[in-house]
Design a protein around this ligand. Structure first.
Ligand SMILES: [Fe+2]
Ligand SMILES: [Fe+2]
Length: 148
C-alpha cells in the first residue's frame, strides 16, 4: 500500500471511530439523565467501541508505524511517539472494557467521559502530525523537512 492510500484508509477509520464514540456517549448521556436503558446493550456497545479502537491500533502498528520509520531522519522518533500513544490508549481501553463487564453504569459513564476527550485529542493530533499529507506522500523525493 502506498502512503496516500494508507493515509486515506486511516482517516476513514477515524471518521467511523469518532462516530461510534459519539453514539456511545449519546447512549451513556441518556442513562446519566435517568432514562431507562438496556444495560446489556449499553455494555455491549462500549465493548464494541473498545474492540474497534483496539483493531485500529493494531492496524496502525502494523502499517503506519513501519511506514513512518522509513520516511526520513525523524521517522524513528515519530514512530515511537505513535507507538507510545497506542500503548496508553490500549491500556485505557482495556480498563474500560473491564469496567464495561463488571463495573457500575455510573463508573462506565465517568470513564467514557474522560477517555472520550483524550481519544479525540489523540486522533486529532495524529491527523495533524503523522497523517499530514506532507508526510505521507507517494513521492519520496520532495519531502520538506520543515513541515515535519
Ligand atoms: Fe493511532
Ligand atoms: Fe489512528
Amino acid at each position: 500500500m502506498n502512503p496516500s492510500q494508507l493515509r486515506r484508509n486511516i482517516l476513514s477509520e477515524h471518521v467511523l471511530l469518532r462516530g461510534k464514540l459519539s453514539e456511545v456517549e449519546a447512549a451513556l448521556r441518556k442513562v446519566a439523565q435517568g432514562e431507562h436503558a438496556d444495560d446489556a446493550q449499553l455494555r455491549g456497545q462500549v465493548q464494541q467501541f473498545v474492540k474497534s479502537f483496539l483493531d485500529h491500533i493494531e492496524m496502525e502498528n502494523a502499517s503506519l508505524v513501519p511506514m513512518l520509520q522509513g520516511i526520513d531522519a525523524w521517522g524513528q522518533i515519530r514512530a515511537e511517539q505513535v507507538a507510545r500513544d497506542h500503548d496508553w490508549q490500549r491500556a485505557a481501553l482495556t480498563r474500560l472494557a473491564d469496567e464495561a463487564k463488571l463495573g457500575s453504569t455510573a463508573e462506565i459513564v465517568r470513564m467514557v467521559e474522560t477517555l472520550a476527550k483524550q481519544i479525540r485529542e489523540d486522533i486529532e493530533h495524529e491527523e495533524e502530525t503523522v497523517l499530514s499529507p506532507n508526510l505521507l506522500r507517494d513521492d519520496p523525493i520532495a519531502i520538506d523537512q520543515a513541515d515535519g
